[in-house]
Design a protein. Sequence first.
Lengths: 288, 173
Amino acid sequence: MQDLYLVLPDYINDTIDRYIKSMGEPVPVKRISLQKGTVSFVGDTHGALDVTAFAMSSEANSDLICFVGDLVDRGKRQLFNLLYILEMAMISHKVIVVRGNHESTLTNEVYGFIEELQGFDIIEEVYPHILRLYGKLPYALYLDSGIVAVHGGIPQNALDLQNWNNLPMDDLEPLNTTAFEIMWNDPREFVDGFIPGTRGEGTFFFGPDAYYRFAERNKVKLFVRAHEVKKQGFEYYFNRKLISIFSSRYHKGKAAILRVNVEFPDKHEIAIVPEPPPGEEWVQWPGP
Amino acid sequence: MCGSGKVGLIETPENVVVNDQPPQAQEEVKAEPLAQSAPEVQPQVSTPPLSHGVMVDSHEESSFVEIQFVQSPLDEIIGKKVKLNLSIFPSVSVGRSPENVLQIPDPSVSRMHGKITHEGKEFFFEDTGSANGTFIFDGSKFNEIKEKTKIEEKTLIKLGEGTIVKVTAVRSL
């Protein structure tokens, strides 16, 4: 961290507090009306600031750029990745952050974010503001053209999207089991309904039958989620109606970005973020 | 920084993905004894061919249990089906080491984890002293099995912490 010799807690807190204020009334499901255009989805970045920066550049022509959670923990520039995304959201008015399971008190201690903040010696001043942010982030993005994005998946006891509107906010772990499952569950092709997951207590796998029930009931055409490392950066499930996307380079897999035409959700593109050149640390933008 | 504290990571092959877990889940994973501390015989260089218990010809008349990988730390084998022949030997071994009839690539699965047996018209799963246990789904949760337990079509078996297999077909001759 010796290259970051000047970190001002007040400055950081100002970014976080302004972002919270800019969100307005916090809602569990962020609803956006968008009848046409392009929406880009970025999966877990986990401190991959270079991937985030690349995405902001490559997706600049999209009408909306949604970061599907897990901005911190694990990677090299966790705090700066978070702050950069928040500032870009306020500057561009088209960046949305959905909460991931790493925007939580459960994970930051084990997976690196606390350690990074301690390294800067700013944890006492900054972490309370970060926790306040976690509690205000939406669990889901819903586009009225029939596209839903969450970090994990569908919860077993709330297949009706309407019920998600009543989820409590400021729930830091979260303790609410539906909110927890939205952030932690995983899709699996050969599962019937829901079965307990292998990530631990309270997590579930959901199968195609559960997904199709959810999709039909809520008129969902495309479901976007992140949460799992994919070697190719993405994976299709359930007859390509669900796409899993991952965008960090710190997990032995490729970093991918998903671009969806909101009028025709089946028509989407997946861009793979290039690797850094040999000997370089950062992904580079295309030169002039 | 990536330290999850998950025991067994040391022997995680490059291509095995260990997903994040809520902290309470990590503590439950017990350590597998390391190879050097185990007095048992090392796997033979010439391991028996896979076909000694895994059926290749589905037309032959034999008793079998067919299983499908529903969850595995190794993405590539999710969905794979394996038909286990129980006519040659009425018992087949399940575990992480290559000498098992059904080899499970999962660091949380013991080298010798359990066995599937054929008795009368029925099939059973028995845990043979695994470190992280064997669990059978009862429709709402996975319960650890301490003794020989009957398995049939649609039974879901969780092995260790990271592998779930489904019994997709059985035939008893």
